[in-house]
Design a protein around this ligand. Sequence first.
Ligand SMILES: *Cc1c(COP(=O)(O)O)cnc(C)c1O
Length: 399
Amino acid sequence: MSSREGKYEFETVALHGGYSPKKDSQSSRAVPIYQSTSFVFNDAEHAARLFALEEAGNIYTRIGNPTHDVFEKRVAELEGAEAGLVTSSGMSAIHLTAITLAEGGGEIVASKYLYGGTYHLFAETLAKYGIKTNFVDPHDFDAWEEAINEDTKFLYLESPGNPTLDIVDIEKVAKIAHQHGLKLVVDNTFCTPYLSQPIKFGADIVVHSATKYIGGHGSSIGGIILGPADFLLKARTEGYRDIGPAASPFNTWLFIQGLESLALRMDRHSENALKVAKWLEEHPQVEWVRYPGLESHPQHDLAKKQQRAFGGMLCFGIKGGIKAGKELINNVELCSLLANVGDARTLIIHPASTTHEQLSAQEQSEAGITDNLIRLSVGIENIDDIIADLEQAFNKVNS
Ligand SMILES: *Cc1c(COP(=O)(O)O)cnc(C)c1O
């Protein structure tokens, strides 16, 4: 639109980006699911040009697919990235990014406040393939600097971090990365592009678990990588093609449905989570509350700078330690006890005994996970029902 210099706002791109009914399909208003393994070539020469990457086109869904193409273009536009690549899971997006950047071995410098699966991938699995990770306190900029050496291939962080919800200063870490000629990769799963666009703050590559808020309904596993077109072309034609972490077109179609209501859901998640956080702060059975939207959060001002709102994730420490924590999660009725986040429904978990259980006691403590920490992924139910459920569960603790 000319009045907006050819650019639509977030909500509009989330509904229309990357797709034109007349140009891209048989005028279908909804994005079609191209549930097909392969695509017919015009002739032998056409096939040869596609294989030689001389011409863009569809070959085989392990390499690319028209439904995937819409999702990739749409999220790229929302994140302010040149291109995207959808994968079968968030973990495969992170793995593919890491092996593409750390080709031939080398080192990663990463924040120590990471999703448990990412921590394990970096600390254990990649180490077996000769890629070593140095974990640092993400707020200690000297530590980032000192951990970088001639073998370092990229820097990696998550903001807010899981499950401690530390907000990391992306601009400062990006500056350090670029001074050393390195790329910064940011896991933006908890914010989604609606709440924060790390590329604006200097990040080079963004990864998501689309399983969470982007899908938004707890129905499908998937991931996406966003970044420079040349990096994604390399990732697609090497690791993606050879290892095979392609998404299913049906799942990608569900992620497109998720994107269409993402802004509305993230606003409601953020509004509900702030209310729950304030209610917990006043609760006599609660020792502490961590939510980026609370003034008591150590990086509250940074969260205000980097994010549009504060998201749906919060954690708190219950008085009475591990025993009280277990009693609480055993007594919720509306909240679901499970290992996921970013569902439209409210979810609850005790990370020390589940998502971060693979970590040793010392690793747990380094990652900020205490025995009494409860993580809540606040949903979009009516706020009164969420609080009433937590209240009745608190009443059953120590009874
Ligand atoms: C869930 C999650 C992942 C892993 O994604 P999957 O889709 O489960 O493979 C990575 N990072 C964060 C922050 C997550 O919450």
